[in-house]
Design a protein around this ligand. Structure first.
Ligand code: ATP
Length: 374
């Protein structure tokens, strides 16, 4: 991240409970103004990492710095971070404005300043006109914004969000993703979000740490992680992927060839060198949207007679899921293996182009597969 001084540094952080290693030697820097996401399956340690940052859990080993200061002896209320919890609990017996003012009141902030800051925070989350409402007169999305205003009013350097949108329905979740990212850009402070929802992390975050079993599996921008996963775990966790076991048959700087039993007799050609030596076992990962469906064999007169055919597979459509914007085709290869191909429905009649039971050819360009070490 160049010379920018991190606002948060985790240095060799480990957290154990008895024999459970929740977080395993994590080192990570987060720079000011980032929208950072900790993403991973249930139990991977992301919440524990966030709670250690907030001071709600104590690391077993390692050091956490906020703005260069060691947090070892700093209690939660003295840290320049504020947390918005999953349940976004608001006090039901207080008005929206009183909910937001609560923390400032505890801190002894005088009333005129308090009123000004509360109004400012409510305006930020577009609730400026609802200060006198009671929480039960609000929608789920509005209650979520009250919780955000309550955290922002204290002007933390870093806002911590634990699954902030998980209690909302699908449509609202999507709208709130956009609002959260707009809000973060407006206030300019660092947001760190914990989520197990890959779409949410991809849509909102500047950078994502994908966690697995207490460690960071890969760190990068959303497109780095999606297009260049470094392991089967990351390729599979982010989005969907067709994975084929294979073997490197030749590896040159400008082209590598991998054979996969399930794609035989056609090899996979990629326009670059791959990780591993000739004969070593690898996995070829291809995303469903990077595969094309064709009614005809890609090379006339027929592929089997075409000795250099590659990056193709023949199969039969077993099932089609029409999702409106795209359709997902489950195609069965000769091996019996079902693979997933997605296709945008660009015209209103696109979904009629293929039907279940039809024999199809799948093809992809050489830059689409990611070759991963097994
Ligand atoms: P989720 O998405 O389900 O919340 P997570 O990735 O946030 O999962 P953590 O809550 O950080 O995971 O938990 C990591 C591991 O630590 C899990 O195995 C969990 O059971 C364990 N763990 C968490 N809190 C405690 C605790 N207080 N005592 C003992 N074990 C705990």
């Amino acid at each position: 991240m160049g010379a920018v001084k991190p606002i948060i540094s985790f240095r060799n952080i480990t957290k154990r409970w008895g024999s459970t290693v929740a977080v395993d030697n994590v080192s990570l820097d987060i720079v000011p103004g980032e929208f950072f996401a900790l993403l991973g399956p249930s139990g991977c340690g992301k919440t524990t990492l966030l709670r250690m940052l907030a001071g709600l859990e104590i690391p077993t080993e390692g050091q956490i710095l906020i703005d260069g200061q060691d947090m070892a002896d700093i209690p939660p209320n003295k840290r320049a971070v504020n947390m918005v919890f999953q349940s976004y609990a608001v006090f039901p017996h207080m008005t929206v404005a009183d909910n937001v003012a609560y923390g400032l009141k505890i801190d002894g902030v005088p009333k005129p300043e308090r009123d000004r800051r509360v109004q400012e925070a409510l305006d930020l989350v577009q609730l400026g006109h609802l200060g006198e409402r009671m929480p039960d007169q609000l929608s789920g999305g509005q209650r979520q914004r009250v919780a955000l205003a309550r955290a922002l009013v204290k002007k933390p350097k870093v806002l911590l969000l634990d699954e902030p949108l998980s209690a909302l329905d699908a449509k609202l979740r999507e709208a709130m993703r956009f609002e959260l990212s707009q809000l973060q850009q407006k206030v300019g402070i660092t947001f760190i979000m914990v989520t197990h929802d890959q779409d949410e992390a991809l849509a909102i975050a500047c950078r994502i740490a994908v966690m697995n079993k207490g460690s960071i599996a890969q760190l990068g921008t959303p497109s780095d992680l999606y297009e260049f996963p470094s392991s089967r775990f990351v390729a599979d966790f982010l989005g969907s992927v067709n994975m084929f076991e294979g073997k490197i048959v030749s590896d040159k700087p400008d082209e590598a060839v991998v054979t996969c039993p399930e794609l035989d007799p056609y090899p996979v050609h990629v326009p670059h060198s791959v990780p591993g030596q000739e004969n070593s076992a690898v996995w070829v990962a291809i995303r469903p949207e990077k595969m094309n469906l064709n009614k005809d064999a890609p090379r006339a007169p027929s592929v089997p007679e075409c000795p250099d055919a590659h990056n193709v597979a023949k199969g039969q459509i077993k099932d089609i899921s029409y999702l409106g914007d795209i359709s997902i085709y489950h195609v069965q290869l000769a091996s019996g293996r079902l693979i997933r191909v997605s296709r945008p429905n660009r015209s209103r009649f696109d979904q009629d182009h293929f039907s279940a039971g039809e024999t199809v050819w799948i093809s992809w360009v050489g830059s689409s597969p990611v070759v991963l070490q097994s």
